[in-house]
Structures are given as C-alpha cells and as structure tokens.
Design a binder for this molecule. Structure first.
Ligand SMILES: Cc1cc2nc3c(=O)[nH]c(=O)nc-3n(C[C@H](O)[C@H](O)[C@H](O)COP(=O)(O)OP(=O)(O)OC[C@H]3O[C@@H](n4cnc5c(N)ncnc54)[C@H](O)[C@@H]3O)c2cc1C
Length: 413
C-alpha cells in the first residue's frame, strides 16, 4: 500500500491549486455566490485548459485519461477554492461525473458533437433524473420514451436539475432516464442523451437555492421531444444500471469536494483563533476551542482516506471493465461493494464540511455569521451535498446497510 501521491498527481494538484488562487480569490467566489447563475465561462475554460473537466475521459476520446483518485484530488482543490460548492456540484459532481458516464455509453456522434466540446469547457453536460414525484424512488418516475422508427419521442418533467442556465447559454444537454413501458420497473428504463436546445424542451426559471448560488438548478418539461436512436446510451432498458454507475462517479467527487470545503473552513478558523485574544490569551489556547479543532482535523484526514479508497476501488473496477465496457469482467470488487465505499465517502465529505462550518462559526462569533468570512457561504453550500445532491443522505445509508445486512434488509423490498 502506497499513500504517496505520484509526481503527476502532485503536479496536477499544484497546477489546479495555483489556477484557482490566481483566478478566483475568495472575494470573487462570494460575489458570484450573491450574483447567481450562470457560472462564468472563464472558469469552465480555465479548468478545461488544465484538462481536469471530465479529466477521466480516455485520451483517445479527447480527455486526459486521469484516474478517479487524481480527479478526486482535483475536486478537493475545487471545494477548498470554492467553498460555496457551486463548482463542486456543477463542474465536478455533475459535469465531470456524468460527462464521463455519457462518454462511456454514447456513440461517436454524441462524442464529437457534445462530449469533446464539453471537455474543452464550451458546452455543459449533466444528468436529468429527478422528477416531481421524488428523486429517491426511480420506480415512480413518469418520463416516457417511445420508439418510433429511428427516433425516440420523450415526454416528462425533470426537476432540481443542475446546469439549466449553463446549458441554455452554452448549449449541451443531459443524461435523461426514461421509461419505455408502463410497468414502472427499473428494467424498462433507457438512457438517452437529450440536447438542451431540442424542440419541445422548455427550461423553467431557476430555484432560489440556499447555497451554491452561482451554478443554476432548475427544471424543464419535455413535450414530444424527439432524439435520434443514435442518442441512446448503451442498450435499451439497461439505463437504470448505467445510471447507478454514474452515481458512483459523481458521489466520489462530491465527497472529495466536501473534504475541500472542510479543509478551507478549518484553515480560516485556525488562523482566526490564533489571532483572536480574549481574557488575555489567543482563544486557540482554550481547550474548548483547541480540542474541537483537533477532533475535526482527525475527521478531515479520515474523510480524505475514505474518498481516496473509494476512488481507488472505482479505478480498479473501470480498468477491469475497460472500454468498450464489459461489465461482467470486473472481478476484484463487486459493484455493490464499491458503491458501499462510495456512499460512505459521499455521506462523510459534505457532512464533515457542515460540522466544521458550524463549529468554526462559533469560534468566529458574529464575524462568522455574516459574510466577513466565507464560513456562512460554505455552510449553505455543503448542505446541498448532505441532503440531496447526487442522492439523498438516507439513500447512502441504504446502500451501506444493504452490504452490511444483505439484500433481504433493503427497506423498500
Ligand atoms: C444541489 C443539488 C443539485 C442537484 N442536481 C441534480 C441534477 O443535476 N440532476 C438530478 O436529476 N437531480 C439533481 N438534484 C436532485 C437530487 O438528486 C434529489 O433531490 C435527490 O435524489 C432526493 O430527491 P428528493 O429531493 O425528491 O427527495 P425524496 O426522494 O422525496 O426524499 C425525501 C426524504 O426521504 C428520505 N428517504 C427516501 N427513501 C427513504 C427510505 N427508503 N428510507 C429512509 N429515508 C428515505 C430521503 O433521504 C430524503 O431525506 C440536485 C439536488 C441538489 C440539492
């Protein structure tokens, strides 16, 4: 077991860190957070120039061929630099996690038209799965896709979707899961690529989110939206399984982003408690302040191990499955075992960030409660990853519980 980063990983981490530092000081992130979407083009393009947006896409498909361990390090740097979590959810979790999935299952046409421009920061790619009836229970989803000749006709509504404004402005599109029959079964779900500017797709105004305000979340309806069969991703009626794999990608990056937010928050807090003098001493000398810092530091280092372990397992699985994908070839780790580690990491990263932000806000007192410091922004941002982004909190626990207890204890069976 080697815990050292490779020279390449160190170089990428330093380049990304340096890019964020030069281009997005915390004051700019705070301004973006207040101003709202769309997320600025120069950030898409700047990080794309470093090869880290959808960096795990293989080189022969126009990507950088990074492994997930490296991309997760990039996501941690993003969380540190942008503790609002706008880029953590938007650029990393959604675009990078799901863009990779689109590349994995699409054909050359979609790759040329959408994936390659997105890797260059010129288009936005995402996932449109959640529906008004509930995000957690896919069997209730109502969006349908009917095959007519060489086309699919799609009808339905998708809600809480990341990147509606970015996709409107830059074009691009989403991985959309649709039912091909009335059974409601997950075995009747097909994944289709749906461009944002397709006729019949109507994008609605964005939500007024608590955090991550600079990246849009919105909804759209599809009324007789037509896409060619060449936009089908993978085999018909296997979309559910491909989508579960996509969640693993995205959750690793959300987990790492949460660790980055926690690191930033603790850094701000540590500086503050060393210089804030009360009762004749820096407050860092008081155990009531110092020991929570130590506890959080232990949790921070543990959370990093967790996301790195999940990414390492994921890398092994993908190497075994190869491209084109042979899902039956992965033998070292069962997919559900990988999903368990991913879910543990995804639960931990954002929750640690929230815990750290609340603790540090106490250290800063009133200064932490307003925007003098980025702590309130970090707290609002990371809650998205705790409660819902890339799967609700309890859904992570169901994934973990399934491996601990066995499938017969899944609550919805
Ligand atoms: C920042 C952000 C970005 C997002 N981006 C996207 C996106 O790009 N694309 C997309 O498709 N969606 C996106 N979403 C939506 C997200 O995927 C959903 O919010 C999530 O899946 C939960 O769905 P829901 O909000 O409908 O909650 P519900 O599914 O209604 O769940 C409500 C509550 O019930 C709990 N629950 C559900 N089932 C069980 C159970 N069996 N046992 C115990 N508790 C249970 C859940 O944990 C949750 O607490 C985003 C959400 C946020 C906040």
């Amino acid at each position: 077991m080697d815990f050292n980063l490779t020279d390449e990983q160190k170089l990428i981490r330093e380049s990304v860190r340096d890019w964020w530092k030069r281009n997005c000081p915390i004051e700019r992130i705070q301004e973006l957070d207040k101003k709202g979407p769309p997320w600025p083009r120069d950030i898409f393009e700047g990080l794309a120039n470093l090869g880290v947006i959808m960096g795990t896409v293989p080189k022969e498909h126009g990507g950088s061929g990074l492994d997930w361990q490296t991309e997760a390090i990039v996501a941690e740097e993003g969380g540190y630099a942008d503790p609002s979590d706008a880029s953590g959810t938007g650029l990393m979790g959604v675009e990078t996690g799901w863009g990779f999935n689109i590349d994995r299952w699409c054909n050359e046409e979609v790759r040329e038209k959408f994936v390659k421009p997105a890797i260059k920061g010129q288009k936005f790619l995402g996932i449109a799965d959640t529906e008004p009836v509930g995000g957690s229970d896919l069997s209730m989803h109502r969006t349908t896709a009917k095959r007519v000749g060489d086309e699919w006709i799609i009808n339905g509504e998708k809600v809480f979707i990341t990147g509606t404004e970015e996709a409107r402005e830059m074009s691009g599109g989403w991985w959309v899961l649709a039912k091909t029959d009335e059974s409601g079964s997950h075995k009747s779900e097909t994944a289709l690529f749906v461009p944002a500017n397709t006729e019949g797709l109507e994008i609605h105004p964005v939500y007024n989110d608590l955090g991550g305000g600079a990246f849009s979340h919105g909804s759209f309806t599809m009324r007789n939206v037509r896409v060619p069969d060449s936009y089908r991703m993978g085999e018909e009626n296997k979309g559910f399984y491909y989508t579960m794999g996509g969640f693993d990608n995205a959750r690793i990056l959300v987990a790492a982003g949460g660790v980055g937010i926690a690191r930033r928050v603790l850094e701000v807090g540590t500086e503050y408690i060393k210089q804030r003098v009360l009762f004749g001493k820096p407050i860092a000398k008081f155990e009531g302040i110092q020991f929570p810092l130590v506890d959080l530091y232990i949790e921070l280092e543990s959370a990093r191990f967790l996301y790195q372990r999940a990414a390492w397992m994921h890398d092994i699985r993908y190497k075994e499955e190869g491209m084109p994908v042979k899902t039956s070839e992965a033998t070292t780790f069962k997919p559900t075992e990988v999903a368990k580690w991913v879910a543990m990491a995804k639960w931990t990263g954002p929750h640690l960030a929230a815990k750290a932000a609340i603790e540090v806000m106490h250290w800063l007192g009133a200064a932490g409660y307003c925007d003098e410091y980025p702590i309130e922004m970090a707290l609002r941002g990371c809650l998205g990853g705790c409660v819902a982004a890339e799967g609700a909190g309890n859904i992570q626990k169901i994934v973990i519980g399934r491996e601990l207890l066995g499938r017969e204890y899944i609550p919805y069976k």
